[in-house]
Write a protein that binds this ligand. Structure first.
Ligand code: NAD
Length: 373
């Protein structure tokens, strides 16, 4: 999606950044990070990834990122569009035996080249394909939003547990050094407690016929698509789970946004009584994260783009030679698979966000009442 990208910032070399990016800036890595550890000995058993759904995100972000990954590679594709098979096979050197469609998808179970299935389909198809992948014995990365309901999230987590496979959600920003700085405001408290979080993410959506505007495929509108980033960011910067919220909805185009939400604002309350404030929209561009602490303030703007993030902390400019978010995210999951560890962006993380999204819709349905999460 073009709204996530910035044109003024060229993508930099991942390997170069691994060496000088986080390590060179002397930033404490808060998580088991692929950037911090030399795993070259694992290269011989790199897990193969199959992308399911070859739309914009797979084509423009994930497949190119898989040319930069060190611990996994693009092994296969699953597509409903015959013409894409040849194009992708040639471009990414994918053998015919690793090309599937939605009807024969389950036979991927017997393909040893593929260890990880990456579900990149419209939101309402996430649960079905994650569960099928788990039953096929494959580890799963599922795109955000994890699904379209809390029930589906629970079903997906159960299916992965029952089949002894790992599940991760496609949140890429916890691997960005910019977001790592914001996360550390609470984890390391260099400027005292986090006292307030403000975050907005919106863009002007185009084609009125696209699936993102259809309730049965998208599950919701701007909130499900990009508002979810604000929920994630508030949760990981506060380091606490919200306990209640109040939401408000606004519409300027009732025809285009007949089925899904256009603009929503909401406020979340945290156990210590502090608040976060959010806006999401399909009608205007907005993209920031502000984390106030007792003694300083961290600002990211843009906060949620694929690259070109900018920000400041305590009035000092943040300037990282940031690696490709998707490459780091997929490499981290590949290491989880290789080392039998759990992803920091597990299914439970996706479930927690979905509980918040459902609470937002519940507040709206109740006439903006305050609801517990
Ligand atoms: P897209 O419309 O570009 O691609 C969707 C793909 O699904 C297409 O290949 C399409 O052919 C296929 N498809 C199969 N059944 C379909 C159906 N019934 N209707 C419509 N398409 C169908 O969408 P996208 O932007 O690639 O988004 C796919 C998923 O990835 C979404 O869940 C989205 O939220 C997520 N996403 C995540 C990020 C991120 O930064 N993590 C960015 C963009 C998209």
């Amino acid at each position: 999606m073009t709204h996530f990208g910035t044109n003024d910032h060229s993508r930099r070399n991942f390997i170069k950044n691994s060496a000088i990016g986080i390590a060179g800036m002397g930033i404490a890595a808060p998580f088991t990070s692929v950037l911090a550890v030399d795993k070259t000995s694992l290269q011989t058993k790199k897990p193969g990834i199959a992308l399911v759904g070859l739309g914009s995100y797979s084509t423009n972000q994930l497949a190119p990122a898989l040319l930069e990954t060190k611990h996994c590679y693009l092994a296969g594709i699953v597509t409903g569009t015959k013409e894409k098979e040849k194009v992708w096979a040639e471009k990414y050197n994918i053998p015919a035996k690793n090309i599937y469609n939605y009807d024969n998808f389950e036979s991927i179970a017997s393909n040893d080249d593929i260890a990880i299935i990456y579900v990149v389909l419209p939101n309402s198809m996430h649960a079905e394909f994650t569960i099928k992948a788990a039953k096929a014995g494959k580890h799963v990365i599922c795109e955000k939003p994890m699904a379209v309901s809390v029930k589906e999230c629970n079903d997906m987590i159960k299916a992965c547990k029952d089949n002894n496979v790992k599940l991760s959600i496609g949140y890429r920003l916890q691997f960005s050094p910019y977001h790592e700085k914001m996360i550390n405001l609470n984890k390391e408290r260099p400027f005292g407690k986090v006292t307030y979080v403000s975050s907005q993410f919106g863009f002007k959506i185009g084609d009125p016929t696209q699936w993102r505007l259809k309730k049965d495929l998208a599950g919701g509108g701007a909130l499900m698509d990009v508002g979810i980033y604000c929920v994630q960011a508030a949760r990981y910067t506060y380091g606490q789970e919200p306990v209640a919220l109040t939401a408000q909805e606004f519409k300027t185009d009732r025809k285009k946004f007949k089925e899904v939400d256009e603009t929503i604002t909401w406020q979340m309350e945290f156990p210590d009584g502090s608040v976060s404030n959010h806006t999401t929209s399909y009608s205007f561009g907005t993209n920031h994260l502000i984390v106030s602490t007792e003694k300083a303030r961290g600002i990211l703007m843009p906060a949620y783009s694929y690259d070109g993030l900018k920000g400041s902390l305590n009035n000092e400019i943040l300037d990282f030679d940031a690696p490709n978010q998707q490459a780091v995210q997929m490499d981290n999951f590949a290491l989880n698979v290789l080392e039998n560890t759990e992803s920091i962006i597990s299914g439970e993380e996706g479930l927690k966000d979905m509980k918040v999204l459902e609470a937002v819709y519940k507040s709206l349905a109740s006439g903006n009442k305050r609801v517990n999460i």
